[in-house]
Design a binder for this molecule. Structure first.
Ligand code: ADP
Length: 266
């Protein structure tokens, strides 16, 4: 491939002179593509061996080997974590290589909020108060269902994982001008302001030990940001240490639709 990609910049030089600076970025783009392909290939290759390990581990009955029970449980936990990591890496590679959404459809937000609340309750195991509020006055979103569900799910799972037992998590969908916002607020640990700009970088973590313990892969917010980019939407975070955080996804007018009327049979 002999094509060259140039980055062009126009810089004012003097009153009636401008400088045109051209930089060859082909190699940089090529290396970036190689990095993406490498991550995608490695993740894909890890899938099969992991499935095998996981399968055999499931066959070992801890009741037959009581001495091994704690080791088996830990091996299972770690292999599950690795599987999740591989799946998240594959999701991220797919999102990065996609310039647009494979499929767009109407997303029934009432059902979406119910699903998110169910997931939050399952993860919390009754340790948090989970509330949902739809104040959009009949709006739905338009976009990738699977993608948006995974973005919102990541925010909800973070809210539960970074909020100590007894705290609460609130999921809200509301209007904003001619667009709409999905908001996930928690009363958890909060995030110091200096960390906020870097949260969506892959594997960036505020507290490594707390994040590892909480069971995440370090890719949740990177996935969320990519999904929102594909919807021309924006992720905003406000947080106060010791009080909690709010993650909000802001969608423009082109992403909202009046809620589809449900036909009620006589
Ligand atoms: P992880 O799998 O580590 O949770 P994420 O990409 O989802 O990865 O989040 C990146 C980091 O941002 C987390 O490790 C955590 O430090 C911080 N974080 C994310 N959500 C919250 C939240 N609701 N409250 C406090 N910290 C959060």
């Amino acid at each position: 491939n002999s094509s060259v990609t140039l980055s062009l910049r126009l810089i004012p030089y003097s009153e009636n002179l401008w400088l045109l600076v051209a930089r060859d970025v082909s190699r940089m783009l090529h290396l970036e593509q190689m990095r993406r392909d490498f991550v995608a290939n490695v993740s894909h290759e890890l899938r099969t061996p992991l499935t095998v390990v996981h399968g055999y581990l499931d066959m070992l009955d801890p009741e037959e080997h009581p001495d091994w029970a704690p080791m088996l449980a830990e091996m299972q936990r770690q292999s599950q974590r690795m599987t999740q990591l591989v799946e998240d890496l594959l999701t991220l590679s797919r999102l990065e290589s996609q310039g647009s959404l494979p499929e767009e459809e109407n997303i029934a937000m009432g059902a979406m909020l119910t699903t998110l609340a169910r997931e939050a309750n399952a993860l919390s195991q009754g340790k948090h108060e989970v509330t949902v509020d739809d104040s959009s006055e009949g709006l739905d979103l338009w976009g990738g269902h699977k993608e948006l569900h995974s973005a919102f799910s990541n925010l909800v799972s973070n809210a539960i994982r970074y909020t100590p037992a007894g705290g609460s998590v609130h999921i809200r969908f509301r209007r904003e001008g001619s667009g709409a916002v999905l908001e996930v607020s928690d009363t958890g640990y909060g995030i110091p302001p200096n960390h906020l700009p870097r949260l969506t970088e892959r594997f960036y973590r505020v507290s490594t030990s707390r994040s590892r313990e909480s069971g995440g892969t370090g890719l949740g917010l990177a996935i969320c940001k990519h999904v929102l980019n594909l919807h021309q939407a924006r992720l905003q975070v406000t947080s106060e240490v010791g009080r909690g955080s709010t993650f909000s996804c802001h969608f423009g007018a082109e992403r909202v639709r009046p809620r589809e009327a449900i036909e009620v049979l006589p």
